[in-house]
Design a protein around this ligand. Structure first.
Ligand code: SF4
Length: 349
């Protein structure tokens, strides 16, 4: 997954314990000091960089400090989006929204001041008090998404940031961490989550994943890991996303749900829930993808099925046409009810 050759870092990073730890983990990497993790000359904003899309993800790390900390209210998958301890990703899903913000390169950036982020989160949880009523995120706990801008299972290959968060939420009453992942990192099975972390394994039909989820763990292995993560003390949910519509998509998704039904034991089934997210796409990302993975765009860029939509965060996206999508969402809900009875759908859109 990673063969780190170059580490761009802010000047303060070597003096920070977590920064020093990451630098020591990759002793042969060239170190390049940069003024800010957002200003890496030659990496971001370099249209030529799209040709090195995968190479940058495998060979480059960026280290810096997260300056402003806030937990953003969310209300869909989580009650709050936690301040990130990283962004970017070493995997390369063609539909990934993370690079829409970064442009032309999207390697992992690790924030080394995780101690400050953890203190902030602890205070934030304390200020909430008990959750007044159940909601779609969780019946009891406040849920904090700790992996909005990357994949925590891969981040755990780089630093102990994710482990620190899992430990933190294992100790905190009334709150849990949550992250979606497409990578099975069995190191996490040796940690002690104590039910304080929800891992959402992202699934899509294997045939589609082979083309669209590049560098990720094969879907069958993700399903096979579910029981192990539940046994290790994680809550495990399904992140059924993105649903990519094409002729025959329903049969593929039914087959996937059957694979889950066959592959998951009673303990995992008893706690299982799912979220369903249909693909949204973006013209800028479409252009970037044409530069490195044009076959993916034959599936993702479907103007005959899609229409413009402004996202919650103000981005001009495209999504499947509303009336058709409403019908497809309902079809998939019904399929989950038939193939995985008892699996609650936390939300679908
Ligand atoms: S695993 Fe997630 S963050 Fe990484 S490339 Fe895929 S969608 Fe993006």
């Amino acid at each position: 997954m990673l063969d780190v050759r170059t580490i761009f870092h802010e000047p303060s990073v070597p003096d920070h314990p977590r920064g020093a730890q990451v630098l020591a983990r990759f002793p042969d990497a060239e170190r390049v000091e940069v003024p800010s993790h957002q200003q890496v000359p030659g990496l971001y904003g370099n249209p030529g960089g799209v040709q090195d899309w995968i190479r940058n993800k495998r060979q480059v790390l960026v280290l810096g400090e997260k300056k402003s900390l806030s937990a953003r209210p969310n209300g869909r998958s989580a009650d709050f989006i936690a301040p990130s301890t990283s962004n970017g990703c070493a995997m390369a899903c063609a539909y990934c929204y993370v690079p829409r913000r970064k442009g032309y390169a999207n390697p992992i950036t690790v924030f080394v001041n995780v101690d400050r982020i953890a203190r902030y989160l602890e205070g934030h949880v304390r200020r909430q008090g008990p959750k007044p009523q159940p909601n779609q995120c969780d019946p009891v706990d406040w849920v904090y998404d700790v992996g909005e801008n990357g994949d925590c299972s891969v981040d755990a290959l780089v630093s102990d940031n994710v482990r620190d968060l899992v430990d933190l939420f294992g100790r905190l009453d009334g709150a849990k961490a949550s992250f979606a992942t497409k990578f099975v990192n069995r190191d996490l099975l040796g940690w002690e989550p104590h039910g304080g972390t929800r891992v959402r394994f992202s699934l899509m039909p294997a045939e589609r994943a082979r083309l669209l989820d590049l560098r990720t763990t094969p879907v069958a292995e993700r399903i096979a890991a579910i029981d192990d993560f539940v046994a290790a003390g994680y809550e495990v949910h399904l992140n059924l996303s993105p649903v990519v519509v094409h002729e025959g998509w329903q049969e593929e998704w039914r087959e996937l749900l059957r694979q889950v039904a066959d592959g998951v034991g009673p303990a995992a089934r008893a706690q299982l829930a799912a979220e369903i997210i249909f693909l949204t796409h973006h013209e800028g990302l479409h252009e970037v993808n044409l530069g490195w993975h044009p076959q993916a765009e034959e599936w993702l860029w479907r103007p005959d099925l899609q229409e413009p939509k402004r996202s919650q965060s103000g981005q001009d996206n495209v999504r499947y046409r509303a009336a058709w999508k409403a019908r497809w969402v309902q079809q998939l809900r019904e399929m989950v009810a038939e193939e995985l009875p008892g699996c609650r759908i936390r939300y679908a859109f």
